[in-house]
Design a protein around this ligand. Structure first.
Ligand SMILES: [Zn+2]
Ligand SMILES: [Zn+2]
Length: 371
């Protein structure tokens, strides 16, 4: 069938909204009509060449939710009409990680920047007949997509699909980093550096777990103000050494129990590390551009302060477990989702959406479709 899709064709250029061909689903695949797809910074890193993908053209977009229209003969667990969230890492179900319920570690994960489907073939072609990849095996910046059942989580139909798209990436990444990776506990203190899609959800995850001091740091004042609505108790517009000193001042010179690096780790990891208390955790949730391969931290400082530096992808929990859990928290009124959406866009406005993200105007921009 013919679909409208936003194609990444060239580094540094806007994505190109075009009509392309989409093939029917293979036996283990599912055709999904996209309802909403979030504008996450990761796609922007790809557009700018800061995160390399293996091919062009490619349909970007990995924070998507929609409705199942057709399933392949071997699909179990999803049927036409089901509402689904698409996961940006597939859960193959058979690798050593998936067998332990750790889908966020799936052995197929490293292939999500390659372009083809999980089975190694393509379902999309442009007008010239060239194969078109699907970023994260999702390809969400399109009216419809075909994904393997490994990338699908069925959700309850009463959840608005624009809100459901948010639990495909930013919300589990942030809330999970606080709850499942750092395991923030009641009464503890937290620093969140970068209050965008991930960071704002670290703030709400830390608040959910009962943190009493939540320091939100950003260089955009509006994000500090938004962070207070999500549970931040303090706001800092600072970076580098100034950030470290300001955090130490707010914590009687001790530092925070947990620091979260949610933007630009090459610049923010060291100040966050130094703002963390002895024995505390430093959690990195943000991507680093491919051009930066290392940062320097003193091994002696690491030893004597006994801190832990850790990574968290997908909130360090299986999306199959976390997505239903997050939607339950939303239903109970414990998790804010609607408040995360700053603006919505049509697919043909997607480049304006990314300009708004770049200018710091959005907490989350979302492309919505009215099919
Ligand atoms: Zn994302
Ligand atoms: Zn797997």
């Amino acid at each position: 069938m013919d679909i409208l899709a936003a194609l990444f064709r060239e580094v540094g250029a806007p994505v190109s909204v075009e009509r392309i061909k989409l093939d029917p689903p293979a036996p283990t695949e599912i055709l999904v009509r996209i309802a909403a797809v979030g504008l996450c910074r990761t796609d922007y890193h790809v557009m700018r060449g800061e995160r390399r993908v293996a091919m062009q053209p490619m349909v970007l977009g990995h924070e998507a939710a929609g409705v199942v229209e057709e399933v392949g003969a071997a699909v179990s667990g999803a049927k036409p009409g089901d509402h689904v969230v698409l996961t940006f890492i597939p859960g193959c179900g058979t690798c050593r990680w998936c067998r332990r319920g750790l889908h966020h570690f799936c052995a197929e994960g490293p292939r999500i920047t390659q372009g083809p489907q999980l089975d190694g073939t393509y379902r999309r072609r442009d007008r010239a007949g060239a194969d078109v990849g699907a970023f994260c095996m999702v390809g969400g910046f399109a009216e419809r997509t075909v994904v393997d059942q490994a990338s699908v989580v069925v959700i309850d139909r009463d959840i608005p699909l624009d809100l459901a798209s948010l639990v495909a990436c930013g919300v589990p990444a942030g809330v999970g980093a606080a709850r499942h990776r750092a395991r923030v506990r009641r009464g503890e203190s937290v620093l969140v550096v970068g209050c965008g899609g991930d960071g704002m959800n670290v703030v709400q995850g830390a608040a959910l777990n009962g943190a009493t001091k939540i320091i939100a740091a950003d260089i955009v004042r509006a994000k500090i103000d938004w962070a207070r609505d999500f549970g931040a108790t303090h706001g800092l517009i600072a970076q580098g050494d100034r950030l470290t000193h300001a955090v130490l001042e707010l914590t009687d010179g001790i530092g925070v129990d947990h620091a979260f690096v949610c933007i630009n780790p090459p610049e923010t990891l060291l100040p966050a590390f130094r703002a963390t208390a002895k024995g505390g955790n430093v959690v990195v949730t943000a991507l680093t551009p491919d051009s930066v391969s290392e940062i320097k931290i003193s091994p002696l400082e690491l030893l004597v302060t006994q801190k832990a530096i850790m990574g968290a992808v997908y909130g360090f929990a299986s999306p199959r477990v976390q997505i239903p859990e997050l939607l339950m928290l939303y239903r109970q009124g414990a998790l804010k989702l609607r408040e995360l959406i700053t603006r919505t866009y049509r697919l043909d406005e997607i480049n304006r959406g990314y300009a708004d993200l770049d200018a710091g105007r959005n907490l989350r921009g979302v492309v919505v479709f009215d099919h």
